[in-house]
Design a protein around this ligand. Structure first.
Ligand code: KIV
Length: 276
C-alpha cells in the first residue's frame, strides 16, 4: 500500500495546545464509516489495538498484528478530514528497542496516513519515545492500566492506588520529559489523574481516570452499546445499538421465513420501468 497524503486539520501540536484551553475529545475507530461519523466531533481519532477484541473477537489485545493495524488504520484514514489520526503500536512491535519501534512506527504512518503513534509504557519506554520524537514521529504515551501488559499486571486492575501512585507519577514525568505530546491515563484513581494533569505540561487523556483530565477517550463500540461482552465501570453507554441491531436481524429472519421479505417493492418486474 502506498503512503496516503491525507491532510488533517489537527496535528500533534494542535492537540498539545488544547491543554488549558478546552477539553480534548477522542474516540476509537476501526472502519471508514465510523470514522466519517466522528470526524467533525473529535479532535483526534485513535485506531486502537482494542480492534482485536472489538472487531476480531480476540480475548485480549496481545494477538493484534501490524497487518491488522495497517488495514484498519488505512480504512479509518479514508474517513477523516478534520480529526487527527493516532494509531496504536501493537504488542511486540516496539518493545525490543528504539530501532524496532522506529521501523514499525514509520511503517504505520507511511501505510495508513496516521499523524502519530501511541505506545504503552512509562519510564521503561522513555528512551524509545525520545528516539521516535527526535526522528519525526509524534508519540502519545499510554500509562496506568496498559492492556498489553495484563499478564504482568495480573488483569485489568486500577493502577496507581496507594504505593502505586509514585511509580505512576514517575511514568507520567518520564514520558513528558521524553517528548510525548500527550499521555493516556487508563484506570487511574481520579485524584491521582488530577494531580498528573496539574503537574504535566502535556495533555492527559483519561479513560477511567477523571473528568479533570485534559481530554477523554472511549472505545466507540463500548459507548454505542455494540460491544456487550463486558462493560467496564468507566464506560457510559450513550446508545444501545447492539440490541437494536439484533432486533432488526431477528425481524429480517422472521420475515424471510414467512416469505414477507422481499415485498413487491423490493423485486423487479419483467419489463423495465423508467427507474429500477
Ligand atoms: O486500544 C485502545 O482502544 C486504547 C484505549 C485508550 C481506548 O488504547
Amino acid at each position: 500500500m502506498s503512503a496516503t497524503a491525507r491532510k488533517t486539520a489537527l496535528n500533534a501540536e494542535d492537540i498539545r495546545a488544547l491543554k488549558g484551553d478546552r477539553p480534548i475529545v477522542s474516540l476509537t475507530a476501526y472502519t471508514t464509516p465510523m470514522a466519517r461519523l466522528m470526524d467533525e466531533h473529535c479532535d483526534f481519532v485513535l485506531v486502537g489495538d482494542s480492534v482485536g477484541m472489538v472487531l476480531h473477537g480476540l480475548s485480549s489485545t496481545l494477538g493484534v498484528t501490524m497487518e491488522m493495524m495497517v488495514l484498519h488504520g488505512a480504512a479509518v484514514s479514508r474517513g477523516l478530514s478534520h480529526a487527527m489520526m493516532v494509531i496504536d503500536m501493537p504488542f511486540g512491535s516496539y518493545e525490543e528497542g528504539p530501532a524496532q519501534a522506529f521501523r514499525n512506527a514509520a511503517r504505520l504512518m507511511a501505510e495508513t496516513g496516521a499523524a502519530a503513534v501511541k505506545l504503552e509504557g512509562g519510564v521503561e519506554m522513555a528512551e524509545t519515545i525520545r528516539f521516535l520524537v527526535k526522528r519525526g514521529i509524534p508519540v502519545m504515551a499510554h500509562i496506568g492500566l496498559t492492556p498489553q501488559s495484563i499478564n504482568t499486571l495480573g488483569g485489568y486492575k486500577v493502577q496507581g492506588r496507594a504505593e502505586g501512585a509514585a511509580p505512576l507519577l514517575a511514568d507520567a514525568r518520564a514520558v513528558e520529559e521524553a517528548g510525548a505530546f500527550a499521555v493516556v491515563l487508563e484506570k487511574v484513581p481520579a485524584t491521582l489523574a488530577d494531580q498528573v494533569t496539574a503537574e504535566l505540561s502535556i495533555p492527559t487523556i483519561g479513560i477511567g481516570a477523571s473528568a479533570g483530565c485534559d481530554g477523554q477517550v472511549l472505545v466507540v463500540d463500548d459507548m454505542l452499546g455494540f460491544f456487550t461482552a463486558f462493560k467496564p465501570k468507566f464506560v457510559k453507554r450513550y446508545a444501545e445499538l447492539g440490541p437494536a441491531a439484533e432486533e432488526a436481524i431477528a425481524e429480517y429472519a422472521a420475515e424471510v421465513r414467512a416469505r414477507a421479505f422481499p415485498a413487491p417493492e423490493h423485486t423487479f418486474a419483467d419489463h423495465a420501468p423508467k427507474k429500477d
